[in-house]
Design a protein around this ligand. Structure first.
Ligand SMILES: C[S@@+](CC[C@H](N)C(=O)[O-])C[C@H]1O[C@@H](n2cnc3c(N)ncnc32)[C@H](O)[C@@H]1O
Length: 239
């Protein structure tokens, strides 16, 4: 197999300017212009090889998706996957962008209120206590997410790491955030067909490992909808 050098990868990425964004900070506050519409924007932070974002964007053409990762080679692979998934399932790539960016600077890529949803899928667990600040659910990161999420904003988080999940539950709860759909074994009754699996998730699921999942409700409108649905459940099912 011929391995491409870094320069070769970059050149290959530059030829896909409609899908791959190498300077995403230039579009802060302007992502609606990039997509050419005002549809909601959902972002996966740390998309890896991009299967999740490719499939989701193919399934939901009415939502715009951005996959973010910091490695050229992963962007190249994700780009290939996106093209392949459209060839197999139909549809266009108009609602998908893949961005090369470091999540630590996510506030330089998106404006306040620009996003509707953030997916954190199998983020690096950083198990050593002295590395806790690098975990993507550490309060300093979450504060940035809260800023860029809008009134309908939510964070959807999945991991195979029990310690990262425990840390995240505490971190989000300490910030006073409402959580729902918390699962300690997401696929206990077989794979959840209503949710798209990521590359890491498939691998861990096949190894029989538990997948942990939660949703954090961030925006005021999202919170009000959630509280209303709880009330409705109580009325329908009794106390
Ligand atoms: C364990 S992988 C998970 C990939 C994918 N979400 C999945 O579930 O299959 C974590 C990904 O996050 C990316 N990542 C980690 N830290 C990052 C950062 N600071 N900025 C951008 N990407 C990052 C890594 O490059 C890697 O692709």
């Amino acid at each position: 197999m011929r391995l491409r050098g870094r320069k070769g990868i970059r050149e290959a990425l530059e030829t896909q300017a409609e899908l791959i964004v190498l300077n995403p900070a230039a579009y802060k506050g302007k992502w609606k212009d990039v997509f050419g519409n005002y549809r909601p924007i959902h972002v996966e932070l740390g998309m890896g090889k991009g299967r999740f974002i490719s499939q989701l964007s193919s399934l939901n053409p009415e939502i715009n998706y951005i996959g973010v990762d910091m490695y050229d080679e992963l962007l190249r692979r994700a780009g290939e996957k996106a093209v392949q998934s459209r060839e197999e399932n139909g549809g266009t790539l108009a609602n998908l962008r893949l961005a090369l960016f470091n999540i630590e600077k996510i506030g330089d890529m998106f404006e306040t209120d620009e996003l509707e949803r953030i997916y954190l899928n199998f983020s690096d667990p950083w198990p050593k206590k002295r590395h806790a600040r690098r975990r993507l659910t550490y309060s300093a990161f979450v504060r940035k997410y809260i800023d860029i999420l809008n009134d309908n904003g939510e964070i959807h988080f999945k991991t195979d790491s029990r310690s990262l999940f425990e840390f995240s539950l505490n971190s989000l709860a300490d910030m006073g955030l409402r959580m729902r759909n918390i699962s300690l074994d997401l696929h206990a009754d077989g794979p959840r067909t209503d949710l798209v699996m990521t590359e890491y998730e498939t691998k861990f699921y096949e190894q029989g490992m538990n997948i942990y999942r939660l949703e954090a409700v961030i925006g005021q409108a999202a919170l009000e909808r959630h509280l209303l649905s709880l009330e409705r459940d109580i009325q329908e099912n009794g106390e």
